[in-house]
Structures are given as C-alpha cells and as structure tokens.
Design a protein around this ligand. Sequence first.
Ligand code: ZN
Ligand code: ZN
Length: 119
Amino acid sequence: MNCFYHPASPAVGVCKYCQRGLCSECAAVVDDVIACRHRHEDEVHKLEQLAARNLFQSKRVASGYMRNAIFYGLVGVVFAGFGLWQLKWLGLQAVMFIMLGVFLLYAAGANYFEGRKHK
Ligand SMILES: [Zn+2]
Ligand SMILES: [Zn+2]
C-alpha cells in the first residue's frame, strides 16, 4: 500500500478516521493511533475520547448497580428480618415490613443482574 496523498511513497500506517494509507510525512500520531496530518487529527482525537469515555461510563454504571444491589439487599434483609421477628406482636404491620423487605431483595437481585450485564 502507498500513501493516499503521495502515491509514490510507501504507507507506514492507516488513518483511523478515513482508513487511507499514509506515508511518514502524512501520518500524525494522535492518542497512540495514526491520523492524516492536518486533516483528521481532530476527528481521530474525538473518536479516541469518545471510546475512552464510553469505557469509563460502562464501568461506573456497573459499579453503581453493584452498590445499589448491596444496599437494597442489606436493607431488604433488615426489613424482612424485622418483620418476621415482630410478626407475633405487630401483625399486619409486620407483614408490610416483610413485603417491603422482599421487594428490596428483588430490587437488589435486579440491580445485581443489570450490573453483571454491563461488565
Ligand atoms: Zn484520515
Ligand atoms: Zn503522504
């Protein structure tokens, strides 16, 4: 493959934005990848930034789900446990606590699986 802009010069790399061959004169290194010098440097930089940001976001989302799962799980166990413990004395009110606890445990499970999906 030869340079797209200089057909006589052999290409040393390919622009990440337009996939054209570039000689050593035309190749610019942006964020560790090759771009057309003065043509696609900005575009490649934006592409790389976008990719890095997506990676960071999906990581943050996954850990957020896990944190929610742990929080809901703990609160759910406390509520359900309290309800079971107080069932004899509080009756219907205790059943409400148990139901709330079960709901929170369900939410914890949903968050846990959602978090695993984003890993
Ligand atoms: Zn290019
Ligand atoms: Zn060239």
